[in-house]
Ligand binder design. Structure first.
Ligand SMILES: [Zn+2]
Length: 244
């Protein structure tokens, strides 16, 4: 059991070290952002489960803990592993919090201050603001929000592209992926892979939302919309060239 435990810990460490290197240096992740996001999730699960179960196996084999009569069970190592995994999942879960900026937007949407307009079948909250802004707020009280400053700059097909992009963030639950990655980064900031995952996730969800929007409205309209809404940022420039 000790050997199995050590092997699992070693496997987990290899995954934690190798996966971020592979996933941040592979060109295919730019073309297949959703596959890359799934790969990050698999790496996290393998790393966490492998490490926790491995440690549990070593601990149980070496020094049986018996407050719950685990030793009488032939699967006590697994029991302890599952219990520890539950604790670890809890620790991560309580650290996952929706962004504070989302709460402010949600409040604005709930107050009815922003008139809703249907764009390409999606009710969109139009907020009176000069600067170009579009965002997707997850949750029942959430939705897609666009500033009048941005809507005024865009042609109809470009505005539909922006809405399709934001809607994809909601339907593909990108806020959850980003919140989990950022909570792991906060929990273990000294693990280089955790920082790489958070950074990579924030970019990959943009690519994934762009792909969904491009399928809906075409790459050209989306590319023009990205250049208008976000052309001055580095990520905006990369998104536009990716769509070119
Ligand atoms: Zn986006």
């Amino acid at each position: 059991m000790v050997v199995a435990g050590v092997a699992l810990i070693a496997l987990a460490l290899v995954v934690v070290v190798v996966a971020p290197r592979v996933l941040t240096r592979s060109a295919w992740t730019i073309d297949r952002p959703r596959t890359a996001l799934v790969s990050w999730s698999v790496a996290v699960v393998l790393g966490v489960v492998g490490f926790v179960v491995g440690v549990a196996l070593v601990v149980v084999a070496d020094r049986p803990l018996d407050p719950f009569r685990l030793v009488e069970s032939p699967t006590h190592g697994l029991n302890l592993g599952v219990a520890l995994l539950g604790v670890a999942a809890f620790v991560v879960a309580v650290r996952v919090r929706p962004g504070a900026e989302h709460e402010a937007v949600r409040q604005a949407m709930r107050s009815g201050a922003a008139p809703h307009r249907e764009i390409d079948g999606t009710p969109v909250a139009l907020v009176e603001a000069d600067h170009a802004l579009a965002c997707a707020v997850p949750g029942r009280a959430g939705g897609v929000l666009v500033s009048t400053g941005l809507a005024d700059l865009l042609r109809t097909d470009e505005l539909e592209a922006v809405v399709a992009h934001e809607r994809a963030h909601l339907t593909q639950r990108h806020a959850v992926a980003v919140a989990v990655a950022e909570s792991i980064e906060r929990a273990v900031p000294w693990v280089p892979g955790a920082r790489a995952m958070a950074r990579s996730t924030r970019v990959l969800v943009e690519f994934a939302a762009d792909d969904a929007a491009a399928r809906r409205v075409g790459r050209d309209a989306l590319r023009r919309a990205v250049l208008v809404a976000d052309g001055t940022s580095a990520l905006g420039a990369i998104r536009a060239s990716r769509l070119g």
